[in-house]
Write a protein that binds this ligand. Structure first.
Ligand SMILES: Nc1nc2c(c(=O)[nH]1)N[C@H]1C(S)=C(S)[C@@H](COP(=O)(O)O)O[C@H]1N2
Ligand SMILES: [Mo]
Length: 437
């Protein structure tokens, strides 16, 4: 039988195993001790950030040789994840749309969703270098094989600022099960695996040119410094996904700032790629190296995962690139409204097609009648627009609210999305349940 390709379900299933290995390596705990710690009622995830959180672990630490290296971060996500802002999913955290209404156009770093295949690494910026190498570069005789850039080197290059969303390819995945009755494997996100930020950095094109880009280059392979991803017992190596040279030279950015501050650890410190409009996996965090090749490059992230497989898709459907059109209400699922009391509903809509949003429509009658919402403020391509619509809840009971966006290329949200096994690109209209009392 065909072995199941790597996907997010596998990553999540393997996470505990990886963490156990890591704790074993970094804290010198045996597997048996690890399970004793766990059996003592302490989740393994509590270990980390230098604090060994249980008596058993502290006892073990006390007996460790004094030369043992300081424990590195073992928490999958470094920043706090207050439940009013986030829904946790293992190594990932979803932004709660209900809490987004108080936010401006850009989502602050502390409120931004996190998608980690393994865990946020601790990176020493003093020794960090971005290596750029490969058959797609012309290196002069006497030059080292790889061009190297420190953070200060990158900061000296011409900078560009780009406001763009990062959105997971699996955003909305739970609705394959919830609305269409066909569960897809992977993190069961609602619509909160997306955020817009103002990214500042150096265009990838600039760095590639300085490294000696050849005209014959076809693919660029950025790779992260987080731990290798082990899936189904197979080491897939570091998180990396090839990007065609056309997109690399067009608008991809090596970002070192998020909303005017250095990138926070969870979002790729010291530098990450931002690939506007494309699925989140393109925007590799914690960049360590970039291979540039004059032949096509492959990794598990553009061969077995992040393609549309299963359902009615052909076996050779290409790797996914741009995001589909979506819209979301800034409301809890199951929000309560008073009958007869007029209210103003808010939300946001976005598209990865490179076109901004043309209109967002609203329906409270099962999608029979639609009316226009009002779009507010900025409406940037590859970011989002905020919208609002007045609503009068007329009768008590359960109601489903619907929002449907259309972009300036004419892409819109269908009633259903064709199923794919890994549940990518759920673009259908989401039925948002509320109660009128
Ligand atoms: N090195 C590395 N880069 C990565 C990932 C990762 O696990 N490791 N996750 C990717 C995925 S699947 C997504 S959706 C985005 C999430 O970015 P964020 O955590 O800053 O929101 O980062 C991408 N870049
Ligand atoms: Mo993702």
């Amino acid at each position: 039988m065909h072995r199941r390709g790597i996907d997010e379900a596998d990553y999540d299933a393997d996470r505990a195993e990886q963490l156990a290995h890591r704790l074993q390596r970094e804290h010198g705990l045996s597997r048996r001790q690890l399970f004793q710690v766990a059996a003592a009622g302490a989740p393994l995830l509590l270990l980390g950030r230098g604090a060994l959180a249980t008596p058993a672990a502290r006892a073990q630490a006390a007996t460790a040789p004094p030369t043992a290296p300081a424990p590195a971060a073992a928490t999958p996500i470094v920043k706090p994840l207050p439940p009013e802002w986030f829904d946790p999913f293992g190594t990932n955290a979803e932004m709660r749309w209900a809490a987004a209404h108080e936010l401006g156009y850009e989502i602050p770093a502390e409120r931004f969703f996190v998608r980690n295949h393994t865990a946020t690494p601790a990176i020493d910026v003093a020794t960090w270098r971005l290596r750029v190498f490969g058959s797609g570069l012309r290196r002069r005789p006497g030059q080292p094989e790889a061009a190297e850039f420190s953070l200060a080197d990158l900061e000296r290059l011409p900078a560009r600022t780009q406001t763009a969303f990062v959105e997971c390819a699996g955003n909305g995945r739970s609705f394959y099960a919830g609305q269409q009755g066909t569960p897809a494997s992977g993190t069961q996100w609602r619509l909160g695996a997306v955020g817009v930020a103002r990214w500042r950095g150096v265009p990838l094109a600039e760095v590639l040119e300085r490294a000696g880009l050849k005209r014959s280059a076809v693919d660029v392979l950025p790779e992260g410094l987080d731990a290798n991803v082990v899936s189904g017992g197979v080491d897939q190596g570091r998180v990396r996904r090839p990007l065609p040279i056309s997109k690399a030279l067009d608008d991809a950015l090596i970002a070192y700032e998020m909303n005017g501050q250095p990138l926070p650890p969870d979002h790729g410190f010291p530098a990450r790629l931002i690939v506007p409009g494309w699925i989140g996996i393109a925007s590799i965090k914690w960049l360590g190296q970039i291979e540039v090749a004059d032949t096509p490059l492959f990794s598990p992230w553009n061969t077995t995962s992040y393609r549309l497989v299963g359902g009615d898709y052909p076996v050779d459907s290409p790797p996914i690139t741009t995001q589909v059109v979506k819209s979301a209400f800034e409301l809890p699922f199951g929000a309560e409204f008073r009958r007869g009391r007029p209210t103003l509903l808010h939300g946001r809509a976005w598209s990865g097609s490179g076109a901004s949003i043309r209109a967002v429509e609203f329906s409270d009658d099962g999608g029979r009648c639609w009316r226009r919402t009002l779009l507010h403020g900025r409406n940037r391509p590859n970011a989002w627009v905020r919208w609002s619509v007045p609503w009068l809840p007329r009768s008590a009971g359960a109601v489903e609210l619907r929002a449907r966006a259309i972009d300036w290329r004419g892409n819109t949200q269908p009633a259903t999305t064709p199923f794919n096994t890994n549940g990518y690109l759920y673009g259908a209209v989401v039925r948002h349940p509320v109660t009128v009392v």
